[in-house]
Design a protein around this ligand. Structure first.
Ligand code: B12
Ligand code: SF4
Length: 470
């Protein structure tokens, strides 16, 4: 994205409405999503409770996939508010806007202190200063506490010293130039405020959908995933807070609760307690849990499946591939005999589930992908979701991107367009097919319908014939 002078001028000709802190979140959301993202709400909830002094703060979010989104509106609001601090969250989906917004803000309002956090920073390296010129402070890791402490410190007219910056894993461009960038801040989850119970994330009566977290982190090591870099640490939110949130959702008669934990069925003493609470509270919402198939084969698996059978629960499993070689190449460690057993259990207990696959993995030809698809189809899931590989910053895969022949669509930011094993034409075809299958899976889920998954080999053969391919 290039912001031209003309656009900038348009943005500058707006009204003046000053705040001290302007926090901007540029989101990618689904149709049912809450209006405000959980990450921003969690930071705001902690900030509002723990800020010192009288910082006039505004937290605003924009939906990038809305047809109304215009980046000039973001510039306009920065121009109008002339904040002392401008904070932004860097995610893969807003990568094409954030560097230019930062640059524009620094050119037109050089006095603004710009703070950047989010996964693009957490998993970035000492090149961050070059990638986002104009940022004054990069916050690596969970942002609630470091962000609040940084604002508190500067608002007291103190300059954050080295000890402070190291403690909170905050990096200045100068520190990055010195090659410093190793630490990431991990928060004590018990210190955080609930964005729901503090009403930062308002929940209306009968609300259709909420996203809910019960733990953070993941112990697995998939080489395409940024969680691997966080050092396998997982931490759970206390049952006290979670149970109060569940009571609140019940009182509000929330219809669907989408749990965004990377793996919900990780530790039985955590997740089974939550299941018991759901059972005892009589909450009638539908729950979506992302789980690991192999873990269903543990001794507590049947108790969990029993719970799922007796409640409105939908399970989601990222298998990613059914090919041993690909699974090894991405350090996924899929155990296929256990995956087979788990699928049988799911059918035995009659629990609806979705399977997710990735296309574009190392060593994956189109034919290999189609074999994985056929295996996934044979498992008779209720939904199938196919995603193009994202080659995310800092991951093992990112480091090997040249060796493995990945070429990218720059508009889509690190979503591959070609690999050493799949050509551009195949990828474009698969992306289109994936969109259709994902959409149909979602529609079937929302209408409780049953889906017949198409034979992809036939579709692809027909497409190639139509294009005159061989
Ligand atoms: C919900 C979710 C979505 C939702 C987004 C809804 C929304 N707007 O919130 C949907 C389903 C749309 C989605 C889609 C995708 N997602 Co997603 N998603 C998530 C998920 C499960 C939860 C995000 C969340 O709320 N986390 C909880 C909050 C508290 O954590 P957080 O977001 O990291 O925020 C903390 C810090 O990052 C930091 N922080 C964040 N912002 C800021 C700002 C400042 C100023 C500061 C100081 C700190 C800070 O502090 C926060 C609080 O501690 C995460 C995985 C996870 N469990 O985190 C993946 C994740 C965010 N998604 C990811 C990816 C790759 C995708 C997809 C590309 C997947 C795909 N192949 O299609 C798509 C992208 C869509 C697109 N077309 O571009 C990656 C992001 C990687 C990246 N570098 O951005 C993640 C991290 C998963 C992973 N491990 O790979 N996703
Ligand atoms: S892809 Fe899933 S299982 Fe693998 S490291 Fe990331 S969150 Fe964990």
């Amino acid at each position: 994205m290039q912001i031209t002078n003309k656009r900038a001028d348009k943005a500058r000709s707006s009204k003046f409405n000053q705040v001290d802190l302007l926090f901007i979140s540029l989101d990618w959301s689904r149709p049912k999503d809450q209006r405000r993202p959980l990450a921003m709400a969690s930071i705001e909830a902690y900030f509002r409770k723990n800020q010192i002094g009288d910082v006039k703060a505004e937290f605003k979010n924009y939906n990038l996939n809305s047809p109304d989104f215009d980046v000039r509106d973001v510039l306009k609001v920065i121009d109008e508010s002339r904040p002392k601090f401008l904070a932004l969250g860097g995610y893969i989906w807003n990568e094409k806007y954030v560097p230019d917004i930062v640059r524009w803000a620094k050119v037109h309002h050089p006095e603004i202190i710009i703070i950047l956090g989010g996964p693009q920073v957490t998993y970035g390296d000492h090149n961050l200063a070059k990638e986002y010129p104009g940022v004054d402070y990069f916050v690596k890791g969970e942002g609630e506490v470091p962000f609040t402490e940084l604002i508190n410190t500067i608002s007291r007219c103190e300059t954050p010293d080295r000890h402070f910056l190291v403690k909170y894993a905050i990096y200045t461009p100068e520190a990055l130039k010195r090659g410093e960038c190793t630490r990431t801040f991990t928060v004590d989850l018990d210190k955080l405020e609930s964005p729901y119970l503090s009403h930062i994330l308002p929940v209306e009566q009968n609300q259709a959908f909420v996203r809910w977290e019960t733990l953070r982190g993941c112990p697995y090591r998939c080489s395409f995933c940024q969680f691997r870099l966080a050092g396998h640490k997982t931490a759970e939110i206390s049952h006290g807070r979670l149970f109060r949130e569940l009571e609140y959702f019940k009182e509000k008669e929330v219809q669907e609760i989408n749990v965004l934990d990377p793996i919900f069925n990780l530790r039985a003493d955590h997740y089974l307690e939550i299941c018991k609470k759901i059972e005892a509270s009589g909450i009638r919402a539908r729950f979506y849990f992302q789980c690991r198939l192999e873990l269903l084969c543990r001794k507590e698996g049947k108790q969990f499946l029993e719970f799922c059978r007796n409640h409105d629960v939908w399970l989601e499993f990222g298998v990613q591939t059914f090919q041993e070689k690909e699974s090894k190449a991405i350090d996924r460690g899929n155990n296929y005999p256990k995956i087979g057993q788990a699928v049988e259990l799911l059918h035995q207990f009659n629990v609806p589930f979705d399977l997710h696959l990735i296309f574009g993995l190392p060593f994956q030809s189109l034919d290999n992908f189609l074999s994985s698809y056929d295996r996934a189809r044979d498992a008779c899931p209720r939904g199938l979701y196919l995603f193009p590989l994202n080659v995310l910053k800092g991951t093992e895969l990112y480091l090997k991107r040249d060796e493995w022949g990945y070429k990218f669509d720059t508009e889509d930011n690190n979503i591959f367009m070609q690999s050493g094993w799949m050509g551009k034409r195949e990828i474009i075809g698969l992306k289109k097919i994936a969109e259709d299958i994902n959409r149909c899976s979602k529609q079937a889920r929302d209408s409780d319908g049953l889906l017949q998954f198409p034979d992809l080999r036939k579709i692809i053969k027909n497409d190639l014939c139509r294009e005159g391919g061989t």
